[in-house]
Design a protein around this ligand. Sequence first.
Ligand SMILES: *Cc1c(COP(=O)(O)O)cnc(C)c1O
Length: 476
Amino acid sequence: MATNKTTEKDGAPDNNREKGRLLRQLPSIDSLLITPEAEKLETKYGKSLILEGLRNVIGQYRQAIHDGASEIPSNQDILHDCQEWLRIILAPSLIPMINASGVIVHTNLGRAPLSQAAASAMAEIAITYSNLEYDIQIGGRGSRTVHVENQIKRLTGAEAALVVNNNAAAVLLMLTALCSGREVIISRGQLIEIGGGFRIPDVMAQSGVKLVEVGTTNRTHLADYSRAITENTGALFVAHPSNYKIMGFTTEPLLSEIAQLAADHHLHSLYDQGSGAFLDTTRFGLEYEPTVPAGLLAGMNIVTFSADKLLGGPQAGILCGPSHLVEQLRQHPLARAVRVDKMALAALASTLEPYITGRVTEQNPIWQMISQSGSELEARAISWQESLLSVGVEAEVIGGFSMVGGGSLPGSQLATSLLAIGHQRVEELAAALRNYKTPVVARIVEGKLLFDPRTVLPKQDESLLQAIVTNVKMIS
Ligand SMILES: *Cc1c(COP(=O)(O)O)cnc(C)c1O
């Protein structure tokens, strides 16, 4: 009786009966698995993943029916959803992008794109055995860093060199191995943060070194260093302030003066050069960037630098200096923890070759970008403009500036030509381009979206134009 009463009141059992009927109509996993489409998916992705996908999708349809949906999906619908589920869970997170920002060494966008030769060298070593730590002549254990050491010695003039995982690791290893427990003197103007949390004072603390700051933010004299030297001093340390610039009333002693002072007191002189510049940047209309060989010529004992900034290679850190000190670095336990991998070594060896043959501006992508002429850049921007116009998208070509970036040459700009697209909803267009299948990063200035041909790799031209056309037409 009571049950009948309830039925009359809210109709719940009817409702439940209808839901049960719908749920029973959902195809079974077994029946789905024997469809040709599922078999194709299974060949490609394996049975357990397909099962998980089908369970997941059917689970969602069951939930939808519980929530009041009255339609039964077809087998096709379910398999399509399963394929979409697979696509999402298997999609790589790290994907190629188009850098139209005009910032050449963009740390957030992976710094230096490698040359094809370096990428091929890397790929070849990746899929085979190699003599990474094997001495072919003696038929026994060898050392992984010999593979690029001769090249680095030739390029820097240093007696010895060591390659590690990155420059942060190089600085940490240098300070730990050579100065732990001692005082290290640094100018206040160089207590820098490189970005991504690399702060010189923190690295010094981590290495067990006592930081002794001298001078002021804008002015430090040689006498400030000499006054700070005590019997506990281990080294004089210079960090190239690569991502900012102090202008106006400033002074720092010359590297050669610091190196001499250190030598006079039997101290190490350590130089974190950072950018890995080997070419004279003033040749390209940039400001002067101290080079790695210049640091060694000035007499600094150890010079460290990144391989993926201006050097234009893979992620790595390079230390160079006299054999007895580099040997100390090599022997330190930390060296094992920060060692470089075989693929980076292969790419590095290939990256260094054009430096030795004098073909860097022709063969290294970073230096190809830096050395592109104004007329080449203008011609490229105009060709983009014409392609876009031919499909009804209007754009102008205007003058502007590219930047070297990546914590190199702060404030130094290179004249360029930019493709400029004016748009009512420019922020929205920029966001759509960022979220496109091959994401595009551009700059917004005064309501216009700016695309710099300097940093767009030539092989990406077509994808860029397609991305622009699709998204401009979608957001209009
Ligand atoms: C970039 C930079 C670092 C950090 O180098 P990574 O290779 O990114 O670890 C350290 N010091 C200076 C001066 C730098 O410019």
